[in-house]
Design a protein around this ligand. Sequence first.
Ligand SMILES: Nc1ncnc2c1ncn2[C@@H]1O[C@H](COP(=O)(O)OP(=O)(O)OP(=O)(O)O)[C@@H](O)[C@H]1O
Ligand SMILES: [Mg+2]
Length: 347
Amino acid sequence: MTEQRIEALLPAPDFDTPTASEPTVLEPTEEVLEYSEDAPLADDAAYSVDAAPSVDHVAYSVEESREAALGATGRPRPRLPEPKPRTQHGDAVIIAMCNQKGGVGKTTTAINLGASLAELGRKVLVVDFDPQASLTVGLGINPNDLDTTIYHIMMEPNVELDEVVMETGIPRLHLIPSNIDFAGAEMQLMNEVAREQALARALAPAVERYDVILIDCQPSLGLLTVNALAAAAGVIIPLECEYFALRGVALLHSTILKVQERLNPKLQIVGLLGTMYDGRTLHSREVLHTLVEGWGDAVFHTVIRRTVKFSEATVVGEPLSSYASGSAGADAYRDLAKEVLARCPDA
Ligand SMILES: Nc1ncnc2c1ncn2[C@@H]1O[C@H](COP(=O)(O)OP(=O)(O)OP(=O)(O)O)[C@@H](O)[C@H]1O
Ligand SMILES: [Mg+2]
């Protein structure tokens, strides 16, 4: 999607509408843009797991003890407060999982962050906003069996929330599913009035029933993603810890700023999340450090390591917190849930 195409999807700025006076997101520094576009990475051999280990072994052990003290992002890990229990539910904080790059962990984060927030007593709605329906499948539901999906609640005014919301196997975690029907929604929306606000309208009745609503976006910056950003108070940007992950962040950031200016002044970046991290490779560590150099404290302290357990959990249609409750991956998403609650005190 080019800049022009994104421009075309957004309404012209309305000068009467109050705009965010200060960008509420952290600006990337010059260095990260330079690095992400041009700077060469370290020699391949240095970060290949299969490479001759002579130098790397030393680096790994130094790096691992450093990580133990500082956390994978190289900053001292804060003591995260235990989230306060909720006595009543409602007034949900809506957070979109967003990155136009595919396969970076958006869906995995929606499932596992959702389940961890539910474990912490939050009432959580996860919204599958992708016709690929990975979130629906990942929570154990066959998309082909569904009569009503996100498509219907967004495109058909008479469909009620209750007709679409499904329970999952996890207490307090509910789902609005998707399937391939949703693929036509973007084209159809093009001709609608206030086409960017269709999701916000559809989710309005859910806001009073849930504490957190997580939207799992598709890998694109098209009109549907703009709808998610227009409905949300926050964005989480999952990024695979590899070089190409850094390249698209500037474009995503400029889209977020445009939505913030023209449609949704309350939109903020909750955090950037390093995923599929492998601390044994210099490459993963460099990418994470570059991310922190550029985005500072916007990068979550929690980092999600690469483990096959996430793919296994998808096959059985469960979050890791129920498939492998004691695993490091499940604990990482529990930490992320606490970090998200610390950053979004209303959730
Ligand atoms: N930390 C991880 N370690 C290993 N594999 C992972 C991890 N996180 C996600 N995966 C796997 O990577 C694949 C892509 O993850 P996921 O579907 O969450 O990405 P996505 O950003 O939602 O993709 P898309 O853009 O296609 O929607 C999946 O097979 C998932 O199981
Ligand atoms: Mg996905």
